[in-house]
Design a protein around this ligand. Structure first.
Ligand code: PEP
Length: 252
């Protein structure tokens, strides 16, 4: 069944005490809500994962990492493996975020390896895709997203693909205050779902969750989430304030 998900990507923000306060605040607010089939995921920086998973045990949210290295163990100084994440009860992991593609030059092939390594350890990948502004202006956005899916995701067998969450994040909307319109989001989400159907099955395409990310906030979330193919959001800036993040959860 398709799941409704709101995931908060904190990126490289918050000190330890601030992180403690934010997780506790979100946990407390979620306590008063009936989430039914909604899933809430917090993705703090690596050093705060244990703090988050500890609180998550008695709360209504799950924990995700923002990155992973696609090897089980070994001499990879500074990196974190899927077995380390699963040993800490981390259930989700963001990969393919545009910031990692840009600043860390992560290739399609490297992202495919990350996906495989996460799925081997039953961690749910939140796979980000999305076009740059010049690509949208040139009308190439569908082609760009199709290539990202073809080269990093569509090698997966059906059972593995069924575990994946896709996040459409137009790069021009990330952190800019300019979100995609509800129509632009719906159009791309329907396109992505169509590609999944063509490659796999109608059932799998109907079951997969496709999140929208890019300047989604407490004001625009309801309109974005009201589209039939938008199953929630990957939230950056607005996940750093509990009230804003919870308002977005309430919009789903
Ligand atoms: C993100 O980085 O995944 C994101 C969606 O950021 P923001 O919400 O700040 O645009």
């Amino acid at each position: 069944m398709r799941k409704k998900i709101v995931a908060g990507n904190w990126k490289m923000n918050k000190t330890f005490l601030e992180a403690e306060e934010l997780v506790a605040h979100v946990a407390e607010d979620l306590e008063t809500r009936k989430l039914e089939n909604k899933i809430v995921v917090l993705c703090p920086p690596f050093p705060y994962l244990e703090l988050a998973t500890d609180i998550a045990k008695d709360s209504k949210f799950s924990v995700g990492a923002q990155n992973v290295y696609p090897e089980d163990s070994g001499a990879f100084t500074g990196e974190v493996s899927p077995p380390i994440l699963s040993s800490m009860e981390v259930e989700y992991c963001i990969i393919g975020h545009s910031e990692r593609r840009k600043y860390f030059e992560e290739s399609h092939e490297f992202l495919a390896r990350k996906l495989d390594s996460l799925l081997k350890h039953n961690i749910i990948p939140i796979f980000c895709c999305g076009e740059l502004l010049p690509e949208r202006k040139a009308g190439k956005h569908f082609k760009v997203v199709e290539k990202q899916l073809n080269e990093s995701l569509f090698h997966l067998k059906k059972d593995s693909m069924a575990m994946v969450v896709i996040a459409y994040e137009p790069v021009w909307a990330i952190g800019t205050g300019v979100n995609a319109t509800a129509e632009q989001a719906q159009e791309m989400h329907a396109f992505i779902r169509g590609l999944v159907e063509k490659k796999y099955t109608k059932k799998l395409a109907g079951d997969i969750s496709i999140l929208y990310g890019g300047s989604c906030n407490a004001k625009n979330a309801k309109e974005l989430f009201s589209n039939p193919d938008v199953d929630g959001g990957l939230i950056g800036g607005a996940s750093l304030k509990a009230e804003d993040f919870i308002a977005i959860v309430d919009s789903l």
